[in-house]
Design a protein around this ligand. Sequence first.
Ligand SMILES: Nc1ncnc2c1ncn2[C@@H]1O[C@H](COP(=O)(O)OP(=O)(O)OP(=O)(O)O)[C@@H](O)[C@H]1O
Ligand SMILES: [Mg+2]
Length: 468
Amino acid sequence: MTKGNVTAGRLIAVALLLSSPTGIMLLALVGTGHLERWPAFGTWLTVIVLLIPLVRAHLGELAGLANWIRALAHGGEPVSQPGRGEVVLTEIATAVGALRRLWQQKSTELAESARWNSSLLDNLPDPLLLLDSTRKVVRANRAAIRLFGRELAGCDMVAFLRDPVVLEAVDAVLGGGISNRDCEFSQPVPLDRSFIARIDRLDGQPAAEAAVAILTLHDLTTVKRMERMRADFVANASHELRTPLAALSGFIETLQGPARDDEEAREKFLGIMADQAGRMSRLVADLLSLSRIELNEHTQPSEKVDLARLVTNAAEALKPLAQARGMEIIATISADLPQVIGQPDELTQLFQNLLDNAVKYGRDHRPVEVHAAGIETLPATAGAALRAGPALRVAIRDHGEGIPHEHLPRLTERFYRVDTARSRKMGGTGLGLAIVKHIVNRHRGLLTIESRVGEGSTFTVWLPAAPK
Ligand SMILES: Nc1ncnc2c1ncn2[C@@H]1O[C@H](COP(=O)(O)OP(=O)(O)OP(=O)(O)O)[C@@H](O)[C@H]1O
Ligand SMILES: [Mg+2]
């Protein structure tokens, strides 16, 4: 049992206090003449002497109990509970022990809940910051640290987010004038990104240096890019349609006016008008097929397609165009080329578009080569569907002028052309590769483009093979 130190002075003081009723009683007996003074004094002293060991033991127990509670308060783990001799002390010690167990359980729960809250914040996809009344960061989640590329806790917000609109909004909320505010801002480095920031004042009276406001950032870059792409698409489509339309109107006017009776000019103009009308109808057809493919992009096709036959037929269809340029289409298709699950019309359109480009942008009298085979290894960019099982590849190679490297990432954007004038002159709509990309996506495949300026280009389509 833990015993505390009991001083002699304290011991005597308590013994005197405890003996005081006896002393008063003895005094009364002396006063009334029932007892002599000295025997009474002797009796009182005897009582005090008898009390001393009892008081010492009791005070020792109490001091031990105090020490034990103090040790508990400091988080120590004392060996055993004091006060086993005394019922009251035992009860106090048992109650304190129970209180401690409850407190330990509560603090475990509190730590668990703090850990849970912290992991909740860290797992939020949007950056989030808790700010104190001086705009200092009390807590930043993982997404925020990733966004700003540094540790943020303890920093003034201005050290990493200097946008004046956001700072003004934060100050307005911290100042207490308003409870929340939204604002948009862009972060130009390292990548140009747009965000919407929302600042909310937290409820309740905060302790010093505690969070008083929460700042959340939501990335709008993709939404903005989609908005811009949609606007660009409408502008591009209108422009592409307006050009042949303007030519048609011009020729109609000429034919109605100055060239009315000019037989030769009429023949020539009607030929050009037929070309322009053809271009317009190709454009409308391409736009329609693009939107149809896009609409179905999320539903996987279900037909089993014999790709060997389909590729051979596509090559056959392009033969006349190739021959006109003195080119040959050489198709090497492996005998055991697996089948694919797909939509035959879309796959035909895919290979025709690629072969059409190879013939259009290839070099006169040089061949276009088509290689189709099952494969063992996939490019690093292949998705899960391709990796899930056997796959195959169809590569279409030309020996044309090639495509400068910087254009490659944008080639599959709608209306994107390396040489706009040349593509238009050849009757191109600039939608061929956009259609290819969407068809490949719908078939859970991959399109890769390799090109060397002056040597030619290879467009490769990777597709998952159909189960046998
Ligand atoms: N094999 C290739 N060699 C060189 N450049 C190519 C090749 N394939 C495509 N390109 C470039 O990519 C651009 C986009 O091709 P895309 O097929 O989308 O449009 P297009 O051929 O101009 O028109 P169309 O809609 O008739 O196919 C082309 O304008 C061309 O500049
Ligand atoms: Mg094309």
